[in-house]
Design a binder for this molecule. Sequence first.
Ligand code: HEM
Length: 260
Amino acid sequence: MSELIEGFLGKSIEGRKSRLPAKLDYLQSATGLFLGLFMWGHMFFVSSILISKDFMYAVARFFEGSFIFEEPKPGLVSIVVAVVFLIFIVHAALGMRKLPANFRQWQVYRTHMKMMSHEDTTLWFIQAITGFAMFFMGSAHLFLMLTQPSTIGPFGSGDRMVFMWPFYLLLLLAVEFHGGIGLYRLSVKWGWFEGENAKQTRATLKKVKWAITVFFLALGTLTLVAYLKIGLENIDQNRVGQKYAPTTQIHEIYQAKVRA
Ligand code: HEM
């Protein structure tokens, strides 16, 4: 009966409102923080290609358990992807609660945004749009990584970039804007780094946010171009679909042949 009353009035018979929305907000922040920090790590790992093919190969093999096993175990990558995917789905499901649900709500929001002309309100709008785009693009990328972890490597990732670069470019833009704004909003919402003067802190945080976004966008674009270049070289040299052999391995094979 009390549930029925709360269902109609939005308050329990003791006059209390449910704490569930606050708990869900907390979970949304926690999953968002995890994904934001994961993306920083991810970008550094993926950009290892800017140092050398051998280095990216070593990073990819590391995630396949090269520090324990002789043979690469791509299944380990799938496990990590599955965990990230699960957190991604929870975060997206919680984010969905905040999106305007019909034309009227969009109209009210946009009018409010234009009238306020307040940067943080506009940032929320960008976050909603990029979040929606990531529902599809993030899922597609994660599904690919989940089901084909053994293709990750200098050559495999390069081959993929040849036909998928427009997709990755859009995903990069969506991720960096969404993640950057998200981490900034988290800091403001939970009062992290708040000093004596909240206004001043917010202005500084905003500058840091833009600097981080520009940095990761530049790093991401350079990385994308590096993979694309390798993919095009693979086409040129007729080795599409081949696995990359690190320099040390080639050197060992050569030495063995010389000795034989
Ligand atoms: C554990 C999970 C993940 C793994 C193993 C992974 C792996 C990779 C790899 C290997 C690449 C290079 C291209 C390729 O081989 O296809 C890449 C690129 C990329 N990934 Fe992920 N990824 C993961 C999760 C995510 C998530 C959650 C997002 C965001 C929704 C994301 C966004 C991107 C973007 C934007 C690029 C392009 C990078 C660039 O342009 O420099 N990834 N990822």
